[in-house]
Design a protein around this ligand. Sequence first.
Ligand code: T4K
Length: 369
Amino acid sequence: MDNKILVTQTSMPSFDEYCEEIKSVWDSKWLTNNGPIHNKFKSQLADKMNCDNIELFVNGHQALVNVIKSMGLSGEIITTPFTFASTTNAIIEAGLVPVFCDVKLDDYTLDSSKIEDLITDKTCAIMPVHVFGYICDIDAINDIAKKHDLKVIYDAAHAFSVKYKGQDIANYGDCSMFSFHATKVFNTIEGGCLVFTDSALSENIAMYRNFGLNPLTGDIEICGSNAKMNEFQAAMGICNLRHLDNEIAKRKIVSDKYDELLSSVDGISIMSAQADVDRNYAYYPIVIDDQVYPLDRELLIELLNENNIFPRKYFYPSLNDTKAYKGLYKGVTPNSSQISERVICLPMYADLDVSSVEKICSIIWSVNR
Ligand code: T4K
């Protein structure tokens, strides 16, 4: 083992705890396709998120593509370019057109004041992202969607277990997608889920995730995919759910330490806590203003790398500046480009010890004195 400090590190249950959870699979020989462990995990998640309609997926990306198709949407979806590629890719894979709306400089989420200017007669939905676990302008987005009869699909990949006004974040909008990838606050190795309000969608969602097969008639009703979560993933979820509160509590200690040590570095912005939000401390982004801070982003990353610390440029480039999408879709997004060019996510995970945070911060400070 080397002593590299990477941007994140997966949290896992003990080997014995996981083995205990998957033991029954050796008796049943039932590995996937809505097995008993899958179903147990699904009902645990529904209880945790206090929601009626939930479906589990092999990964979050497939879940996003699925819900766009299951809702029968067509035309344009207004979305943010400051996100992981999955958000835009899902819209395009589902056969729709992304329209990029700029983000706010304070929390990097969709700027709700700019959404209405982008609505046309082709707009069918808004897909905001609770990026880094910071929640969007939920109330304003809801009002706009109601006024213009649009669906709201939250890419909540980073926001598992976040609460807004005391309610689980899953309960806002028409649908929320959570990612349970190994790099997330809560993981099922790979995995994800959809939580949605309209129970009439359940049938379509289930069919799209299983080749379009109608379980009652045996007919193929739609052109579906294979996106089911298997028993090993679900077992990891059941174990990790037991440790989630502790995971978030440990992340809070890391985040608080960063806040304490970085809040007064000239030229480095950190995020402030949002009102009415119980956080999950998914990421620790900082934004560097190299007119003030002595190093630009690349040089700071180089300095950290020399010290065996490996932050990441989440998210760069802004998606409308990428090779795949540059010039193809509508939207003027200077804030997204500006943040993308200056942001780095510092190491953030439950087992990151405070002395490592102190080391990272002292390196950041060392060039600022
Ligand atoms: N929407 C948004 C906004 C998203 O951010 C994502 C995914 C999605 C949708 C789609 O959800 P999924 O289909 O993935 O469920 C990672 C993840 O692969 C991806 O899930 C995530 N967002 C994205 C932001 O980050 P990479 O390419 O940065 O991961 P990688 O392999 O470089 O790993 C980063 C660090 O994590 C490593 O340096 C060490 C640590 N790590 C990684 C793995 C794979 C572990 O400790 N254990 C592991 O198993 O994409």
